[in-house]
Design a protein around this ligand. Structure first.
Ligand code: HEM
Length: 279
């Protein structure tokens, strides 16, 4: 190199640490050793890596969603609604992030998927305990859905423990009661929320006078937002599935697209959707 040639930029000149002997570096803090060594394709198919990483990243985002939902539920129970709003907004954004992620998976064609589908055996997102936990926390509880988790007693126990607690929506209903609305607690916590006349009447009062009940109004809209993004996730999933496997049965054993279409009918917070008709 002659003296006139520009020297390569060295970030050390600006104080960047360039050696991490005996220090905690980025990968140590983030546990990247485990994370980046957790992809184990079982075939030689090029697209299997995409399939694995797409599921793993989704599970990571679900982990964060559960973390936020649990904290939001605690905050709501304590009447501390402002921090809960922020957390619920974050959960909706996570759902949106997962919605965008389908664009990557959509680049995989049926021909590519069939190259490795058989090696998945019967494994399927149907057995995602975190997904089921998100539903259970929100309030869509169905004990039958614990079945595919019985082989993992820790996961099955966590789901059973969850249905013994008030759901996120139960906690919101308790908030309505604490604010003076006549909304009784549910007799059974281990079933999905059904439309409830007392709750709908309370929400109607809130939506008819937002200025008076601003915090409850905002809380309701945060839940609707969450459900709105969640519905989009389900829709994107079923469309992607149809595009990739058509009407074949799912690896988890369901009818596939027909099952997922049925799941599009799930309503997490029926009172909040029904009240709109009456306004
Ligand atoms: C090639 C891509 C995919 C295909 C063909 C596919 C297919 C299916 C099918 C057919 C089902 C119904 C259950 C069964 O019988 O297996 C299902 C359920 C499910 N999948 Fe996927 N899926 C794909 C990607 C994903 C991704 C990336 C995720 C993200 C985690 C995911 C999460 C889920 C979840 C959570 C369920 C359970 C839904 C419920 O029970 O309501 N799937 N999938």
């Amino acid at each position: 190199m002659n003296d006139n040639e520009p020297k390569p930029y060295d970030p050390a000149t600006e104080g960047a640490r360039m050696s991490f002997q005996g220090r905690m570096a980025y990968g140590d803090y983030l546990g990247l050793g485990d994370l980046l060594n957790a992809q184990h394709p079982l075939s030689d198919a090029h697209d299997e890596m995409l399939f694995i990483i797409q599921h793993q990243t989704s599970e990571l985002w679900m982990k964060l969603a559960l973390h936020e939902m649990a904290a939001a539920r605690r905050a709501i129970a304590e009447g501390d609604l402002q921090p809960a709003f922020k957390m619920l907004s974050r959960v909706a954004r996570i759902m949106e992030q997962l919605n965008d992620a389908w664009d990557v998976l959509r680049t995989m064609t049926p021909s590519e998927y069939t190259q490795f589908r058989d090696i998945l055996g019967e494994s399927s997102g149907f057995q995602s305990h975190q997904y089921r936990m998100i539903e259970f926390v929100a309030g869509n509880r169905n004990m039958a859905m614990i079945g595919p988790h019985e082989h993992r007693p820790d996961h099955a126990r966590a789901l059973r423990d969850e249905v013994a607690k008030p759901s996120l929506y139960d906690t919101v209903l308790a908030r309505l009661a604490a604010e003076g609305f006549d909304v009784p607690a549910r007799d059974r916590l281990d079933v999905a929320h059904q439309p409830d006349a007392a709750a709908r009447a309370a929400w109607l009062a809130v939506y008819r006078d937002p200025a008076r009940y601003w915090e409850l109004y905002e809380l309701a809209e945060k839940l609707v937002d969450f459900e709105d993004y969640f519905r989009r996730w389900r829709f994107n999933h079923v469309t992607t599935v149809e595009r990739i496997i058509g009407f074949k049965r799912g690896s988890g054993g369901t009818s596939g697209v027909a099952y997922l279409r049925k799941m599009l009918e799930v309503v997490l917070f029926p009172d909040l959707w029904e009240l709109r008709t009456e306004l």
